[in-house]
Design a protein around this ligand. Sequence first.
Ligand code: T46
Length: 133
Amino acid sequence: MSLIQWTHFPPLGDNRGSLVALEGEKTVPFTIQRVYYLFGTKLGVSRGFHAHKKLQQVAVCVTGRCRMVLDDGQKREEVWLDSPTQGLLISNMVWREMHDFSPDCVLLVLASEHYDEADYIRNYEQFLKMVNK
Ligand code: T46
C-alpha cells in the first residue's frame, strides 16, 4: 500500500469565497489534541527528519507548497502538498522530511497527541532498526 494517503476536506464555498472545516474523528481520523503550523521557512531549508513512535498527524498546506517525503523503512515516497482541501495522513513509525517550501507556505498540522519530545525518533539508523526488527 502506498504511504501517500489523503483525506479530502470539501470546500464549503459560496459567492463570498471558500471555507474548510476540519473535524476530529470525521475527515480527520483521530481526536485532535494539538494543532500547529509551520510558516516563514527560509529558502532552501528542509525540516522534519524524524519519525514518531505513537503520534498520528494530518498535514494540510493552507497556502503555498512544500514537498513531503515519507519513508517506512521499506519504501520512500514523495508528494507535493499544495492544496487547502487535501490533508496528508502521516502515520506513526513513518520517517518524514519536508523540502522546497515556497516563501508563502503555511503548513497546518493536526496531531493526535500533545507535544512529547520522547515520542520522536530523530536518528534514521535507529528508526531503521526499530521498523525492520
Ligand atoms: C512533524 C513535522 C511535520 C514544540 O514545542 N511543540 C510542538 O508542538 C512542536 C511541533 C514543536 N515544538 C518545538 C520543538 C522544537 O524546539 O518547536 C521546535 C521545532 O520543532 P521541530 O524541529 O520538531 O520541527 P519540524 O518542522 O522539524 O517538525 C514538525 C513537528 O515537530 C513534527 O512532529 O511531524 O513538523
